[in-house]
Design a binder for this molecule. Structure first.
Ligand SMILES: Nc1ncnc2c1ncn2[C@@H]1O[C@H](COP(=O)(O)OP(=O)(O)OP(=O)(O)O)[C@@H](O)[C@H]1O
Ligand SMILES: [Mg+2]
Length: 361
């Protein structure tokens, strides 16, 4: 998938902007505070319908304005016509439409635009909160299989219901019924996440070798207290057993103590967890390798690469690694990278910004 054009109105520090993107590498440059991250955030927003900086929607609207709008024109591999996505954000609500047809819910829109982003927060993907790692896995699983998001929201609802049953001290039979439904749903999520991680592990290892050290042993592991088996019946039986063992503890805590909402992802380099032993550079390149591996997997499964949005990835890398990264992304489809003027790679389409205005495109 490719973005051809982006129009912004009252988005962050852009009053009005119109940007044209090239199919391959696009380099967004400009001084600090110019609006580079804001521009990348808008592209990623069209894919994820939320800010990659985790900003609240109302903070995306230009200060003093009431309505922000972003419009993207996309080309999809194998499709003759382009697709225009329009997102409007007001302080109370947002609306999303594709080619003039409005979507009732954000989740029904998901999958229309495929983006994958890396921003400075993700440098510490493996060091930071496990919820960020679960989110990265969930976004990729959802991009691969539209049904995943449905299973995820069902799981969250069932989890709430089961926790409420625990808090209310309902009978063991009632609790077991809740557990049964939750387990079946957990099985779907875990199976897809495991498959994703196993495929990402091999791909990210190759990328990490190219970006960092060809000798390093790199691996990713999905961590879960739920059963390991892929067989549904065995999984169900084992998981029911685990829930029974934990019942009194869970009744005290009033919360479900195992499941995909608590699972995690671990990255090891030379058999040491990168979250504990890794240097800053290793952390950065390990999470970058993981995100790029996800992009490769999405491309394989969808038959069309996602748009890669890489905010400020080059600044901390030495020149060898910078060239290696540019080389890797140039094979991945359309990429939008931000950075300082000294980092501009050859053959990139340059988009220069100053004070929220496009100076050169
Ligand atoms: N809702 C908003 N309304 C108006 N201006 C905003 C809004 N949100 C952010 N800004 C402004 O946008 C600017 C920051 O833009 P951005 O983070 O994109 O800069 P950048 O070019 O990525 O800088 P750096 O090189 O430091 O990363 C700041 O001046 C900030 O005040
Ligand atoms: Mg920035």
């Amino acid at each position: 998938m490719r973005i051809r054009e982006l129009k912004l109105s009252c988005w962050r520090n852009f009053h009005e902007a119109d940007v044209t993107f090239a199919p391959g590498l696009n380099f967004v440059t400009g001084p600090n505070g110019a609006g580079k991250t804001n521009l990348l955030e808008a592209v990623a927003y069209l894919g994820q319908t939320r800010s990659f900086r985790r900003a609240l929607d109302r903070n995306l609207i230009t200060e003093g304005e009431k309505l922000a709008s972003i419009q993207g024109v996309f080309e999809v591999e194998g499709e003759v016509y382009s697709r225009t996505v329009d997102i409007r954000i007001s302080t109370q609500a947002k609306s999303i439409s594709v080619d003039g047809k409005r979507f009732k819910t954000t989740s029904s829109y998901f999958g229309n635009v495929s983006t994958i982003s890396f921003d400075p927060r993700r440098v510490f993907l493996f060091k930071g909160e496990p919820s960020e790692r679960r989110r990265a896995m969930d976004e990729a699983c959802a991009a691969i299989d539209g049904r995943y998001l449905h299973a995820l929201s069902r799981y969250k609802r069932l989890l709430k219901e089961r926790n409420r049953a625990l808090a209310q001290g309902l009978d063991d039979d009632v609790l077991a019924a809740y557990s049964g439904q939750l387990i079946t749903c957990a099985y779907q999520l875990i199976r897809q996440r495991r498959a994703l991680v196993s495929s990402a592990s091999a791909k990210a290892a190759t990328l990490f070798a190219a970006l960092f050290d060809p000798e390093a042993r790199f691996s990713l592991t999905y961590l879960s207290k739920m059963p390991q088996t892929d067989d549904l019946e065995a999984f169900r039986a084992e998981a029911q057993g685990l829930f029974e063992q934990r019942r009194s503890l869970e009744r005290i805590r009033r919360a479900t103590s195992i499941g995909p909402h608590l699972d995690d992802l671990e990255c090891r380099i030379d058999d040491h967890p990168v979250q504990i032993y890794g240097s800053q550079g290793q952390n950065r390149l390990a999470s970058l390798a993981f995100i790029l591996a996800l992009a490769q997997i999405i491309r394989e499964r969808r038959g069309d690469p996602p748009i890669l949005v890489l905010d400020d990835v080059l600044s901390d890398l030495d020149s060898t690694r910078r060239s290696a990264l540019i080389e890797v992304v140039s094979h991945l489809g359309q990429t939008i990278v931000s950075g300082s003027a000294t980092d501009v790679p050859a053959d990139a389409n340059i988009i220069a910004i100053e004070h929220g205005e496009i100076r050169h495109n």
